[in-house]
Unconditional design. Sequence first.
Length: 285
Amino acid sequence: MFKNILIPVSSEFYSKDVLHRGVFLAEKFKSSITLIYIIEEKTLDQTERLSDTYRTSYEMEETKNEIIKKQKLAAYSIIFDDAEYILKNKKIPFGEKIIEGEFSSVIKRELMKNDYDLIIMSYEKKCLLKYRVLEDVDVPIWVEAKGKGKSILAVCSNLAPNKKVPEISLKLSKALGWNLHMLYIVDVEDSVQVDENGIRSDKKPERDLVITGQNFVQEMKNKGVNIELVKGNLEKETAKSAEKINPNLVIVGREQKKKGVLGLPTKNVKRKIAETCPYSVLFVN
């Protein structure tokens, strides 16, 4: 299922949990792991701007090189050492590299070079990262938040094709032995239906959206899935259900939400979920 796993670690934020999760999944699915340490160019640019008024170009270059040297030392002495320790005595193909650049851009370039089918990353809203990668790539992204328990909450809605989420959640549930709970949300704020190609329809009556949801729920029940239909706000209903179930993982699909409260435009639904959800989230892009 996940044969080639990419773990990007930013110089802005590091959590050892991503390594543990990567190894856990690699053992389950016989995967390879590539660990990339990204020296953030924003940090280097900030240093240049701060020193620009009183240092020569040569001195600024020396400062930049010193920062890079320290970052590389941190990568080898902390992160790569952690990986070596966690991978000890485990027969998992593993590669590591250090790259300078911007977090999301580096990941996108790496995806063009190699055939990864899962990205595992951590999320920290207080750092400089913008996490554009959540919106910009088609590869599933696992945002790790150290969780407990053995259950999955799979979220479907009128705002997504609802194809990959059921497929991946059923496979993961079986492979990991975790209980599967599925939720279908009729988002009353953005009353459109998204088709299997990710195309939004014109505005539809709530009744039609509910009927479509009920048909999907029945289809899943016929497959033995524990599923519930609710109406409300996509982000809030996801959070409420997660709090009730306390899952180890929440799976969210290609939610094409464009409108929020009072019909106002909404942006970065994935980032909002990643920021507010205390559980690991798998975004199936």
